[in-house]
Design a protein around this ligand. Structure first.
Ligand code: MTE
Length: 358
């Protein structure tokens, strides 16, 4: 596919959309092409009456208006890539069933320039009790699960919450957040799965335990084997935190016909937890021989980097494979048999794209 072709929108409903292909020249994703994933309603909130409640294990529980938050706390910015834990789930279907889960391909990942205030600044202002270990974030949307209606939420470790990169964001690309991305205020938790970047934030609760919210205790958990009595239950799994190291081929797209000879291959990669990359490698023979790709835009911490390589391809059906390593020394599993899990999260097996070379 040439990048001049109009992008297509995948899994397109009002709540779940991703534009594909991601354009390798868009290190920052244009706001109108930023993927979106919402589990419930998309609330329209009046910023004049909206309030943020901060409670739980704090010295001074507080309730802030938007105007107060933006006036009282210093403005902070972060450029961060948001990656949905469902990224590349569809590939896992070849290793086992994933009933009821959205079959995302490599689309739900985007990079934004976010601005707002630091979550840590707000926590220091209200005073964190010594017993607090987790920061629960709850949205003002309504989700229905197991006969209950509640706001989407989850928790992050207090140590992460105090990092200067974790924002309560009010802006994306210099404009107020679009409604679908969480207006008037959302968390942005760089390096962690997208689900912890809670949109339409209404409440922050400090606690000694992780959140009991469905999306922390019953979903977004990694469980390798299904419980035969309750095959979709992952409550015994491990709660997801940092995104894993990943690498994706953007072009050529799967199924394309390309001319034999020198073929330019481009894509993105990001280190585990948003750490920098060490190396990206490409193979045209299913991983027997590898060549190093060139990192064209490495980006700061918390973002993807773009890479490119030129491969010499002979006619026939060819499977291109990419893998990366990061500065934490992480490597990617070779196959989806190693990454399959009950709800299909965090697939970071080597990404393979089969093309027809003529
Ligand atoms: N926050 C609320 N309140 N409700 C949601 O459904 N979805 C989460 C997260 N925050 C969600 C939410 C998930 S699963 C992802 S991947 C990101 O938001 C997507 O953010 P975006 O729609 O701005 O791309």
């Amino acid at each position: 596919m040439t990048v001049d072709e109009p992008p297509s929108r995948l899994i397109h409903d009002a709540r779940n959309t991703a534009v594909w292909p991601i354009r390798p020249e868009h290190f920052i994703t244009p706001a109108n092409a930023f993927f979106t994933r919402s589990h419930g309603t998309i609330p329209r909130i009046d910023p004049a009456t909206w309030r943020l409640e901060v409670d739980g294990l704090v010295d001074r529980p507080a309730s802030f208006s938007l105007e107060e938050l933006l006036r009282r706390f210093p403005r902070r910015e972060v450029t961060a890539t948001l990656v949905c834990a469902g990224l590349r789930r569809a590939e896992l279907l070849s290793a086992g069933p994933l009933p009821g889960e959205l079959p995302w391909g490599p689309e739900p990942a985007s990079t934004g320039r976010w601005a707002g205030i630091a979550l840590g600044d707000v926590l220091l202002a209200v005073g964190v009790s010594e017993r607090a270990r987790y920061v629960e974030l709850t949205g003002l949307d309504e989700v229905e699960r197991e006969d209950a209606r509640f706001g989407f939420g989850g928790s992050i470790d207090l140590a992460k919450a105090l990092g200067p990169e974790v924002l309560l964001a009010h802006e994306l690309e210099g404009d107020a957040l679009p409604t679908v991305h969480g207006f008037p205020l959302r968390t942005v938790v760089p390096g962690w799965i997208g689900a912890r970047s809670v949109k339409w934030l209404g409440r922050i609760t400090l606690s000694a335990e992780p959140s009991a919210n469905y999306f922390q205790s019953r979903a977004y958990r990694l469980q390798r084997e299904a419980d035969p009595r309750n095959p979709r239950d992952v409550s015994a799994g491990v709660a997801l935190t940092e995104v894993p190291l990943n690498a994706v081929i953007i072009e050529p797209a799967a199924g394309r016909v390309v001319a034999a000879g020198r073929v330019r291959v481009r894509g993105w990669a990001m280190g585990s937890g948003g750490r920098p990359l060490r190396q990206v490698e490409l193979s045209a023979d299913d991983g027997h021989r590898w060549m190093a790709a060139h990192l064209t835009s490495r980006g700061p911490d918390w973002t993807w980097g773009f890479w490119e390589a030129v491969l010499d391809l002979e006619p026939g059906e060819r499977t291109l494979v990419v893998r990366a390593t990061d500065t934490a020394g992480r490597v990617q599993p070779a196959t989806v048999a190693e990454t399959w899990n009950v709800k299909g999260y965090n697939n970071n097996a080597w990404h393979r794209v089969t093309v027809q070379v003529e």
